[in-house]
Design a protein around this ligand. Structure first.
Ligand code: GDP
Length: 461
């Protein structure tokens, strides 16, 4: 029998925690029979919604399978908006599975992936952006991803998009007046007012679209490439930085395998640190006399750490970087051996066209945390990188929708300015933009739009 995630008459059950050794597990049920099904399997039932009871849980033949904490939620005050129950069972491989089996035997169906959240959307408890954020939060691999997802779950991005949609609807209402009074030379709404409202929305959409770059950096990490002559201490520095940062993230999508790399978590954007010396064995020994640096990495780098342990190696590094406009941090390595003078650091900075040169020692740890802070600050300060507490576009779907809405509003603005199309035709672009934003959020129904539109009309119209 095929199960449909759209059939809300079924009561679904699933283990919400991963199976394995642990103190506790959570089993969750939602649907019209959730209460009745659990009541049939327990000897004590919470007397009120959102209250808690400890009870034995029995399987279909009456055998005890656990002693669990039962939490009752009454519709619509639950995550899904339906009658729901959470059972906090003992952990491990057996208990939660047998509790789920007992509830299936009583008539529940095993939930499909994401089905609880889908029901929350269908019942109007979450919009689609918030549902996506729930998934992003569970899958977060860095503190930045966690913080962005949490804000999106709180509705930050949804509110921003709803505000833009409201402005578009306001603009549609202004045009409605214009359409009604076309013959009046001096109609109730000055065309310039409509134009400036359209300009405002265009620039707000442009700003929102520009946040995709930060969303991508948070998803994939900012690429930080270590480059320098052989033996200046790049691999040692790589290991020391990774050790210093301690918070390592692996498994970020898009991570390549052809060089040694590690993703370092920071409170802002995660850093994808790459030691291109990891590919040195594939490189011609003659080329190794120069600077170890993979051009493909450098071209994509957010920051290049230009490393040298002497005046000569810094000079070689600056030759190699000549003509490249990638942002650079100058790094003087092995500072424990021969601490560089401030004149040398100033010369490094000048030779490499970089900011303050930083002296580091992989041996003693000197300068490592200053270097990490400098990298984070340089990445966060780059053009187009937004603070992670602003609403950001994190998915291709968001980028596509905002780009599309922006295109439509620009079309409208251009047509309106040139007056080459009648107002009702130009306004079609606004409607497209509104629909695109609503599809992006996914929780706005037609009634809602109509309410908005008519709220803005004056009495008697
Ligand atoms: P790479 O070829 O640039 O990756 O350089 P390595 O990291 O392999 O280091 C080259 C040599 O320099 C090794 O013998 C390291 O032990 C030594 N080295 C690297 N960093 C330091 C440092 O900070 N202090 C000292 N004293 N030696 C270092």
């Amino acid at each position: 029998m095929r199960v449909s995630p759209l059939d809300l008459s079924e009561t679904i059950v699933a283990q919400a925690t991963p199976p394995g050794r642990g103190a506790l597990s959570v089993v969750r049920l939602s649907g019209p029979n959730a209460h009745a099904l659990v009541r049939g399997a327990v000897d004590r039932w919470p007397s009120a919604p959102r209250s808690v009871t400890v009870s034995h849980v029995r399987d279909a033949s009456g055998v005890d399978v656990d002693q669990a904490v039962i939490i009752r939620y009454d519709a619509p005050a639950s995550f899904t908006g339906e009658d729901s129950v959470e059972l906090i069972t003992h952990g491990g491989l057996v208990v939660a599975t047998t509790v789920v089996a007992a509830l299936i035997a009583r008539g529940a169906r095993l939930a499909l992936p994401g089905e609880f959240t889908r029901r929350a959307v269908l019942n109007g408890k979450l919009d689609i952006l918030q549902a996506e954020a729930t998934g992003d939060l569970v899958n977060a691999k860095s503190r930045a991803a966690q913080s962005v997802a949490l804000r999106q779950l709180d509705g930050g991005l949804s509110r921003r998009i709803l505000a833009l949609r409201d402005e578009l609807i306001g603009l549609e209402a202004l045009i409605a007046y214009d359409i009604d009074f076309p013959e009046e030379d001096d109609g109730p709404i000055a065309p310039a007012r409509i134009l400036s409202a359209a300009e405002r929305i265009v620039s707000a959409l442009e700003q929102l679209l520009a946040t995709s770059r930060t969303g991508e950096l948070i998803r994939e990490g900012a690429l930080v490439v270590l480059a320098g002559a052989p033996n200046v201490g790049k691999s040692s520095l790589f290991n020391a930085l990774v050790g210093e940062a301690r918070a390592i993230v692996t498994d970020i999508p898009g991570t390549t395998r052809d060089a040694i790399e590690a993703v370092i978590d920071t409170p802002t954007v995660p850093l994808r640190l790459v030691d291109t010396a990891g590919i040195r064995h594939a490189v011609d020994p003659v080329e190794r006399l120069g600077v170890e640096m993979s051009e493909s990495y450098v071209a994509r780098a957010a920051i290049v750490l230009a490393c040298g342990d002497s005046d000569e190696s810094i000079l070689r590094m600056s030759d190699a970087l000549r003509g490249s406009d990638v942002p650079i941090i100058a790094v003087r390595t092995k500072s424990d051996l021969a601490p560089p003078t401030s004149a040398q650091l100033a010369a490094d900075r000048a030779a490499l066209a970089a900011g303050d040169a930083i002296a580091v020692s992989a041996e003693t740890g000197e300068g490592l945390s200053a270097l990490l802070s400098a990298i984070s600050a340089a990445v966060s300060g780059q053009a187009g990188v937004q603070p992670v507490d602003a609403p950001l576009l994190t998915q291709e779907r968001h980028h596509y929708a905002i780009a599309r809405a922006l295109g439509e509003v620009r079309e409208f603005r251009d047509r309106w300015r040139s007056r080459e199309l009648p107002a009702p035709v130009a306004a079609v672009h606004l409607r497209e933009a509104v629909t695109t934003l609503e599809d992006l959020i996914g929780s706005v129904d037609v009634e809602d739009v109509l309410d908005e539109v008519f709220r803005r009309f004056c009495v008697g119209k």
